[in-house]
Design a binder for this molecule. Sequence first.
Ligand code: TNX
Length: 730
Amino acid sequence: MRQVFTYLFIFIFFVTAHAQDINIIPKPQSLERTNGTFQLTPKTIISYEPGLEKEANYLSEVLSNSTGWDFQLKQGNNKNGIHLSVNNNIAAKAEAYQLEVTPKRVIITGKDQGGLFYGIQSLLQLFPAQVYSNQRQRNIDWTAPAVVINDAPERPWRGMMLDVSRYFMDKEFVKKYIDMMAMYKMNKLQFHLIDDSGWRLEIKKYPRLTEVGAWAGPDANRLGGYYTQEDIKEIIEYATVRNVEVIPEIEFPAHILSAVVAYPWLSCTGEQHEVPTQHFISRDLLCVGKESSIQFLEDVLEETVNLFPSHYINIGGDEAVYDRWKECPNCQAVMKREGIEKASQLQGYLTNVVAEMMKKKDRTIIGWEEIIQRGKVNEPVVALMWHQVKDSIQATQMGHKAILTPATHMYLDMYESNTPGEPKAANWMPHITLEKCYNMPINDYSDKSTVLGVQGCLWTDIFIHGNTLQEIAMLNENRSENYVEYLTFPRAMAIAEVGWLKNNDRDYNDFNRRMASHYPRLDAKQCHYRMPEPKIVSLETTADNGAIFTLQPSVEGSSIRYTTNGSYPHVHSPLYTGPVKVADKSDFRAITVVNDRQYSLPIYFAPDYSAYKDYGKFTAEWKPLQLQSKVAPLRLEATGKISGNGTYQATYIQTKGANNTQYGDLKVLKRNEQVATATNNGAAGSNKNSATYTFTIDSFEAGTPFYIETQMGGDNGNDSYGLLFIKKID
Ligand code: TNX
């Protein structure tokens, strides 16, 4: 009986939610539901004040694509239909807007053109999901509920970084990405055009940058690509209508191997390299000691500035290792001349040189946090704080501004879950769920805060080029652009709301409830988002240690399929209709199913390792087939568990099997390079079939995989199972 009631309740909730709810993301600052609805018809006129023709064309194009109707556009103020205007007096904050929908007409007033564009976005979110479709949709009731909305973003920076260097994405995809950002009122695109793996921006004065530096691998099947200056103009024009500022990132002094390949004299050694086909962070820096390399920087920045109207120019600056500068007589000479003591401070010197150049052009410099940490920077700059949220204070104290993009919450190349079946992703940080991303703590968000806002980063080194093209079974798909979308959405929507709302107005449950109606919108947009697992409404433990799951769909219009024996559900598994009881909660799996091609990963409870908590973090497991019956190297991945420089303890524990495991020496590998060794210290605690090791890491690098390789085997056969734990002890 209870089951029936719960089901009925959920059913009623969803039916009513569908018809009535207004689910705008990011959530408007103030919204009032008024009486009635506005009906869009083929006769609806779109009128606009002078100067707003682009916005009017944008709106009419979106509405025409999905409705199939041609709307009349009219300059001036029409008495009915949809009216677009700009009025600087409506609010104090930039990008503010008012949206008034009545049964008679719709009036959108922006404080500026950005605000007007956002009023249009909120209106689109009031129409049915199909409004985003590029194809005519029939039999849709094109109505929007009457409302009065007054809205403005809390922070001016709601950004995404797109790494097109490690994996090249063509301009059509970049435009689609911008369009999807704009849907959620994100307004800054940091365009990561340069890295070791490829130079993606045509520079007329240095043609080899793209003739040579944009391509990796043998000529016959080379990989890569670049944007011509015409492509860039097209992207910028597209973005401008959508209120997205495209900010070029010209990386230096590190991550610049692609340029060094094209022009070897840019580096200290002048050595000829090749564009790497695998992820690789080059040690070669731009030489600070040669006039020619400083001239190069000036020329490249000159063309960049002429091409990009953005107020900001990003100069990268992350992850330089300074060995080359220490060994270079030219760089040493600059240090002497400038009275610089540490090679690392040459980066600060170079930042100042470029800041000066950019000041003359009336542009402000942005860079990764390293740009303010390598000696005094004289001009106020903006630092992208990517290590820890709390470091934003550091920028303020130094008179700079900050954008929060900590790898712990905002790096969208990290896994979204630890469920088996999740496509391969970056793992040097723990996985980042939608909820974790949404709940990013911000400790410096006061009115006086110099935090401009937040930014998601979509790095692509994990699926660099062809060698790890993702196969996303759920999407029946292995094109990496789709995977970029999978990693970006829905987490980018959380980021959009973190930037839009005041800190205290964030409410994950409310956000998550609104999200349900947005997945169909992303579908209409042909976005290959990550489909969420069903929501667990309650999970009760029964007297016999079983569990009762009560679920709710996460996606409007979806169904739920489940299994109770630990197996992976599929689209034909039993249909969920009410609470399900299982003997053990880890036996239960349930998926969201939209149709037989679109379904989610299952709800999944990872095995419980709390009994081993004294040994640190669970790192890896081994199973019989991985082990030999004689002692031989077994390599297990420890990325993320080795999380910085320091001393670590590794503990191996055999959990099953008749044959005892023998343990020999251990080595730690950073990618393929041996960085530490250790000998077996003996058994751990009372676990007799175990081994502990102690080692020290002093060359940690973010984003780089770490492995532990230990000589081990079964004493008589290989039937053992076991676990590896790692603990940082110093
Ligand atoms: C670190 S964070 C990097 C990037 C990698 C990323 C992978 C930062 C400024 N640099 O070069 O792509 O990790 O997650």
